[in-house]
Design a protein around this ligand. Sequence first.
Ligand SMILES: NC(=O)c1ccc[n+]([C@@H]2O[C@H](COP(=O)([O-])OP(=O)(O)OC[C@H]3O[C@@H](n4cnc5c(N)ncnc54)[C@H](OP(=O)(O)O)[C@@H]3O)[C@@H](O)[C@H]2O)c1
Length: 341
Amino acid sequence: MYFASSKRYSQMVYRKCGSSGISLPLISLGLWHNFGNNISLSKIKKILFYAFDKGITHFDLANNYGPPYGSTETNFGKIISKDLKKYRDELIISSKAGYDMWEGPYGEWGSKKHIIASCDQSLKRMKLDYLDIFYSHRFDPNTPLEETVDALESIYRSGKALYIGISSYSSKKTLQIYRILKSKKINLFIHQPSYSLINRWIEKDLIKTIKKLKIGCIVFSPLAQGMLSDKYLKNIPVNSRANDKTSYLDKSLITKRNIKIISELNKLALRRGQTLSQMAIAWTLYNETITSSLVGVKNLSQLKENLKSLDNLYFSKDEIKNINKNAKDGNINIWKQSSSY
Ligand SMILES: NC(=O)c1ccc[n+]([C@@H]2O[C@H](COP(=O)([O-])OP(=O)(O)OC[C@H]3O[C@@H](n4cnc5c(N)ncnc54)[C@H](OP(=O)(O)O)[C@@H]3O)[C@@H](O)[C@H]2O)c1
């Protein structure tokens, strides 16, 4: 039987999610990889319980996380309906719909049919009455935004989700969906874009829009799927995401140029007394418009290392200058299609 640490709220820092009443932990945990049927339930429990004991109150999922698709939500459901049930009101649980989930024309994208059915499936798999945040996972150029909003409104009004978010939408489409939701008296709660030292696309205009609209921002893949660690400096380790053929971190992204950038950043991190992973996470939180850094982990030791980034969130002006000089775009944004509209 699991009982959470009584010290769980003394170690984490929480930041307001835009102008809403909700605060999110500076570090949130994403379950994209490593929480499906490729890992034992006991290992999953260890990671989730440790995270919660350290004040991570937000767990991020999506319909198709696995492998196989849906299995992460099913596994999470087994844990949230038993061990974590008594803590449900302390947790922010999110899911998403929009990417490929089931066969046929209604198994993905932004139609009302897909989004409503997918949300219902997610709730069933997770054995939940409601989600805290429900996201449109990507912009759909072939569905009117009004139809996607119609689905999100229905989910919101029926209480299946308390808050509505979007992921990987461009600045322009963020403004559009914000306005449509607003016309229905629904606040857009949060945006979830990719962002890291070597993937800085949101700095062009999206982050300014997010700030102006006073919505939250949770950035995903702050470690560039593990590239912002010391693991790829010499070679591609066997036991790494880049070596996993089913993953989305293609070996071709580990270019000589990117390794050079990572090596320089690694030196800067060591000078700060941090590992590169710790500096990479801390750096995403430097801009206070960013509510939370959404990390992924393969095991407990990675989670422990990543949580220690909170020990040094301060960056001097010189450090930021040096980082900016070295942190060039690595051309690794595999989600850029969604934000190209
Ligand atoms: N909205 C979207 O479209 C979208 C897309 C992607 C992700 N997300 C969300 O964001 C979350 C995080 O994404 P992500 O998993 O790509 O994030 P990430 O934090 O950039 O990468 C996580 C991976 O990096 C490696 N790693 C983590 N900590 C490490 C450490 N201390 N030292 C060395 N390697 C380390 C591990 O991979 P190894 O296997 O190599 O050890 C781990 O699985 C996802 O779980 C999901 O919730 C959302």
